[in-house]
Structure formats: structure tokens, C-alpha cells
Design a protein around this ligand. Structure first.
Ligand code: CA
Ligand code: CA
Ligand code: CA
Length: 303
């Protein structure tokens, strides 16, 4: 399926509007902002977002490859590596670490087998047993399903309420067209996004933005699809960024909505102004009761 001709424009604009153009773009329609296939070679470029205060101690950016646990703990931080019995099956954390593919270590569940596995290439790695030309760049994370229908899964769990920008890129790593893989993204166990990545070197990008609360999960899944289980390893890049909290009404930009902002607004009340300047909080070019209501509803808000 090749759709989304307008998506690159929306990607550039960081638009929250919907480009949901696949029959398999299920559930929560309107929340997948971008879904598109990209021609190779692809460099993963997560959206740029304004910096977030880290005063609360939590990072504002989560990067799967950068935070991947190599034999440490699993879950590690907010990331967990594991598997599911099928595309919609419950997620199980994989407790074991070892050489799950020739030349690569990963997380697996010994009672199930070496696959499904979630691996990271310490150095550039090739997998001759997976079919011609399957490679993984140094530092990249790869998801390898098993041959029976189980999915390799990476889960991220929200720890702090906020708005999050979620960027995920699935990339086929074979140079030959032998097989394909099903990929899916689930939010709280419900499928949000589904596609099939077909080699050679096809990439599928998903970008979305959510308000999330602690305990909510995003899962990234790779399954073998309906073929002979060849070349099913897919590289997965994920970056999740917490967006700055907004305080409409902080006219003087000191990080809090208070009496000073109210005074400024009232000073131009009833006047036409340059849109979005001064007390015009809703950007319609005039300062009136709508702006006042917005400010009052945010009194005390701090960034
Ligand atoms: Ca396959
Ligand atoms: Ca202020
Ligand atoms: Ca206004």
C-alpha cells in the first residue's frame, strides 16, 4: 500500500492533522499524524520539538537505540523488550540475554526459543542465515520474530503525564526481495497502526502525538507476515519526546500565568492588536472576553 502523498508536507509542518490513508490504520483514527513509506536510503530524523525543562529529573527524550540495555536489566528504564504470541497478543517481557542471532546478542525467552528476539548490533552485523544481504548497522536495534507467528516487541511505558511526540521508523535490512514482515504499533494494547515492510530496504515511518498518563504504553511489533519467514529482521528506530507544557496566558513569558499577565491583558482590553501579540491569546487580532477567559482558566499554570 502506497498512500499519503500529502504526508511529507504535513511532516514538515509538524501538523497534528490526520493523514490516515490505510484501511489498516485502525482504532483512534485521527491520531496517527503521519504514515508513509520512504525510499532508501533513509536516515531516521525525529521531529524537532522545543526543549523541555528537566527539573523534574525525567528525561524529555527517550531513544530506544541510545538507551538499549545490553544484558543489564529488562525492563530498563521505560523500555522493555519482549514478545507477543500474535499481532494483538499480550506483551511478555523477555528475561534472558544471549547470542540469539549469529553475530548479535539480544533479549529472548529461553522457554520459547532464541526467537522472537530484540537485538542490538554492537558493531555492524550481517546475518547470513536470514537470507542474502541482511545487515544491521552498529548501534541499531533489530526486531526478529519467530517462524510460528510470534512478534518481537519493544514496549515503552509512560512515567509522567504530558504530551508526547512519538516517531518510529521500521526498516527492512535485506538487499533482496525474499520476504516481508508485519509491523504494528499499539497503544495500551490496542492497535494504532499496521503495515507490512517489504524488503529490499523499505522503510515505513510513523509519527504521532499523544497526551499520555503514567502507565500508558506504546508497543512496536514485528511479525514474520504470511510468507516463509525470510529476512524478517527489521530495524526499529524510536524516539519519544515529551513536549513542553503550554501555559496560554503567560503574556510576559516568565513561566507563570498570574496577575501581571492579567493586568497586561486588561490594559488592551477591547482593542484591536497585532494577532497573537499582547493580550490576544487566541490570535484573532482583538483582545476580548475570549482571551480573558483563556487567561483566567490558566491562572497559576507554570511551565
Ligand atoms: Ca516474512
Ligand atoms: Ca506571566
Ligand atoms: Ca483575541
Amino acid at each position: 500500500m502506497r498512500h499519503c502523498s500529502a504526508s511529507s508536507r504535513m511532516f514538515a509542518a509538524g501538523c497534528a492533522a490526520t493523514v490516515c490513508c490505510s484501511a489498516t490504520c485502525l482504532a483512534q483514527a485521527g491520531e496517527v499524524s503521519v504514515w508513509r513509506e520512504l525510499p532508501p536510503p533513509v536516515t531516521f530524523m525525529p521531529r524537532e520539538v522545543p526543549p523541555v525543562s528537566q527539573a523534574n529529573g525525567n528525561p524529555a527524550v527517550w531513544n530506544l537505540a541510545a538507551e538499549f540495555s545490553r544484558g543489564g536489566s529488562n525492563p530498563a528504564g521505560q523500555w522493555a523488550m519482549g514478545y507477543s504470541l500474535n499481532r494483538f497478543g499480550a506483551f511478555t517481557v523477555s528475561p534472558d540475554w544471549g547470542a540469539t542471532l549469529p553475530g548479535a546478542f539480544g533479549w529472548f525467552t529461553a522457554s520459547v526459543g532464541f526467537q522472537p528476539t530484540v537485538v542490538q548490533a554492537v558493531s555492524a552485523t550481517s546475518f547470513p542465515t536470514l537470507g542474502t544481504g541482511v545487515t544491521l548497522p552498529a548501534g541499531a536495534v533489530g526486531l526478529m520474530p519467530d517462524s510460528l507467528g510470534k512478534f518481537a516487541v519493544v514496549r515503552w511505558t509512560c512515567a509522567e503525564s504530558g504530551q508526547y511526540a512519538i516517531d518510529a521508523l521500521f526498516t527492512g535490512r535485506s538487499t533482496v526481495e525474499v520476504g516481508n514482515s508485519d509491523i504494528a504499533v499499539l497503544r495500551n494494547g490496542l492497535q494504532l497502526f499496521f503495515s507490512t515492510v517489504r524488503d529490499p530496504r523499505q522503510s515505513v515511518l510513523m509519527q504521532t502525538t499523544f497526551d499520555l498518563t503514567p502507565g500508558e504504553t506504546m508497543e512496536f511489533r514485528v511479525g514474520k507476515s504470511n510468507d516463509t519467514n525470510a529476512n524478517d529482521l527489521k530495524q526499529l528506530d524510536v524516539v519519544i519526546q515529551r513536549l513542553p507544557r503550554l501555559c496560554p496566558g503567560d503574556i510576559n513569558g516568565d513561566g507563570i500565568v498570574n496577575i501581571q499577565d492579567l493586568t497586561t491583558l486588561l490594559g488592551s482590553f477591547g482593542q484591536d492588536v497585532i494577532p497573537s501579540e499582547g493580550g490576544d491569546l487566541n490570535g484573532d487580532g482583538t483582545v476580548n472576553i475570549n482571551d480573558l477567559s483563556l487567561l483566567i482558566s490558566n491562572l497559576g499554570c507554570t511551565v
